[in-house]
Every structure is written in structure tokens, then in C-alpha cells.
Design a protein around this ligand. Sequence first.
Ligand code: HEC
Length: 202
Amino acid sequence: MLSKNSNKFLYLAYAGFITLILIVLLTACDQKPAGKKELSQKELIERGKFLVFAAGCGDCHTPKVFGPEGPQPDTTKILSGHPAEMTLPKADLTLVEPGKWLLFTQDLTAAIGPWGASFSANLTPDNETGIGTWQPDMFINAMKTGKHLGAGRPLMPPMPWQNVGQLSEEDLKAIFAYLKSLPAVKNKVPDPIPMDVLMSIK
Ligand code: HEC
């Protein structure tokens, strides 16, 4: 037969065990479902870098240097857009009539098509000429709506916002975090030039 004291002990042990299980269950319920773990800032930037390289943003947004193997990304100016100091070679505009050709400068940072001329934006966090003062929403909305800063003029081709805008908000946030982590490059990219204005330039 158990004594009164050991009964009490068993009762306390039992109550303690139940409490422990409840604590474990409550803690588990409080956690996010597996796979939905929030990324740290470092992981977010890494993910953004991966996406930027996989999507080839630098093909158009990074100036190039020319070596024996042709155009290579200028690693001192990653994603800083069409170089402001570059003079555009004269273009035969009859070639870009609808149904004909698109023209690109050899570094792919400027293009001419039926819409006129467009220049890849500076995606580095310079405050005056890049995305330094942008908030994540401006970038996400620009990619989703195809409008400058998500609210202004339409973005011109060949910026593939229709494709980039398909990414999830988390992925777009990751891209933005990576862009914000880049060294700032001061480079004031020109606005697009509509075709009628381009035709009037001799
Ligand atoms: C085929 C060339 C090309 C590729 C690839 C490209 N872009 Fe662009 N991008 C452009 C051009 C050209 C512009 C300027 C459009 C304009 O001025 O209307 C631009 C503009 C932008 C802008 C400015 C938007 C605004 O609100 O003014 C952002 C941000 C941007 N691109 C991000 C990206 C990202 C991120 C990627 C990769 C996922 C990317 N681009 C890939 C050509 C490209």
C-alpha cells in the first residue's frame, strides 16, 4: 500500500507533467509553420543576389568593359545603369520601324525601338541618382504595375517588368534588399526619349 505522502507526490508529479506538455504544445502552436521561417537580413540579401543574377538584371543594368572575350560586366559599377557620360552612336531610325529591328548599344544599357530610346536605370542606392531614397513598396509596385516608382509614367521596353512582377512579394523584397546593399554609384541616367523627339535630333 502506498502511504498518503507518496500519493501526494504522485499527484504533484502528474500535475507537473501535464503542465509541461501544455507548455510544449503552446510554444509549438506559436511558431510559424515549417518553410515559412522569416529570413534574416543577411539571408534576404543572399536570396536577392541569387535572383538578380538568375534573372540577368545585370545584362542591361551593369555597364560593360570590353576585353578579348567581348563585353564583360564592369565590376566597379555593378547595376549602376546606362553610363551618363556615354555618347550614343548615330542610329539609322528606319531600322526600328515596327516589324523590323531593335537596336542596342554593345553594352546593352541603351536600346532603341519603335517606342524611342530607353536607358537602363541606376539600381544602386545612391540618394540622388539611384534607389537610395526608395522604399520597398515603390520598387514592388513599379515591378507589378510597370509604372515609374509604381505610380508615374509607364516603364519603357526592354525593361521586362511583366516577368519580374510575377515574383512573390518576398522575392521582390529580397531583390530590393540586395540592391540596397550594393555600393552606391553616382550616375544620372537619362529619361527615355520618345520616337518623335529622337527623329528630330540630327
Ligand atoms: C533587357 C534589359 C533589361 C533587363 C534584363 C532588366 N531591366 Fe530593368 N530596366 C531596363 C530599362 C531600359 C529601364 C528603363 C526604363 C524606362 O526608363 O522607362 C529599366 C528600369 C528599371 C527600374 C526602374 C523602375 C522605375 O520605377 O523607374 C528598375 C527598378 C529595374 N529596371 C529593375 C530591374 C531588375 C530588378 C531586373 C532583373 C530582375 C531588371 N530590371 C532587368 C532594362 C532591363
